[in-house]
Design a protein around this ligand. Sequence first.
Ligand SMILES: Nc1ncnc2c1ncn2[C@@H]1O[C@H](COP(=O)(O)OP(=O)(O)OP(=O)(O)O)[C@@H](O)[C@H]1O
Ligand SMILES: [Mg+2]
Length: 326
Amino acid sequence: MSRVNIKSTIKMQIEGIKKVIIEKLEKAGFTIESLAISTSDEIISKVEIKEKEAIDIIQKAQNALGVQPLTALKFLELESKRGKITTTSNELDGILGGGIWTQELTEIAGGFGSGKTQLCFQLCINVQLPKEEGGLDGNAFFIDTERTFSPRRIVEMASYRELDVESILNNIYIGSALNTSHLFSIVEQLNDTIPEKNIKLLVVDSFASHFRSEYIGKGRLVERQQRIMQIAEQLIALAVKYDIAVVVTNQIIANVEEFLFGSPEEPALGFAWAHRPQQRLFLRKSRGSSRIARLFDSSRMPEREALFYVTESGITDAPFPTEFYS
Ligand SMILES: Nc1ncnc2c1ncn2[C@@H]1O[C@H](COP(=O)(O)OP(=O)(O)OP(=O)(O)O)[C@@H](O)[C@H]1O
Ligand SMILES: [Mg+2]
């Protein structure tokens, strides 16, 4: 699969800024969206221009995006241009409104073996596909906190689809986060890595594990929540700034109060976290290789369920490995 040059995917036009400067900004990985929320120092550190020019660029980028209130119609137009990554299951894509969206934080929660990591692997492959095939012509960054990243599984999934396996592997960047502070440093560095490596999908699998194992007991709950919110804000900022999809996985816990009357299980990390992701997907095992995904807490889609399968070929709509090629 050919690596797509960042330049060709961004059509940046900012009125009143010289073409040559726009080219420099694009080369440094800036988009109109990222310029609009950058500081002049951030721009100067990457592009050789004066502070006055940087301030002017920020203002013009903000104007181009419309810092003036947007009409709902304009909002709809901008939303329709946002990219989506297919999950490879039409059913699952359906409840998600076309796949995993850019500029959003999507949570995938579920119990052991429910398919969270498998879905993340599939997305790491699919993001590399051309747009007409459900990808974003971009690369993936996988933050692995549980040492479960499996290149062999990626090879297996990619081979089923007759993709260039070496290229697929070459375009997935992996950061192993050994604890929460390590996770924070990796996320901080992403401001450079995302534009540099044309990252279009960021995965944190599992987002919950280090927080749950490091901040134990009620005494550390406030601190834990603060750290979770801090990193959630950073992830959302990255999603918007670089127009990328951010997917995090979460574990489930027993919901004692609801055990008899409501759902006996709920995603971990508590109430404050629950409001951060724009989409929350709850996976549960069903018969054989089938899985049920429930979309909940979405600001844009109704609460619905989809049936999909985790097979040798990856995420599919069918219980057996599907032949993707005709
Ligand atoms: N090569 C494969 N072929 C077919 N099915 C597979 C393959 N590899 C994994 N699976 C399926 O995926 C399941 C594991 O799913 P996954 O690793 O995504 O779980 P998870 O939700 O991430 O769980 P955990 O919370 O433990 O990380 C296995 O139980 C199996 O059903
Ligand atoms: Mg997993």
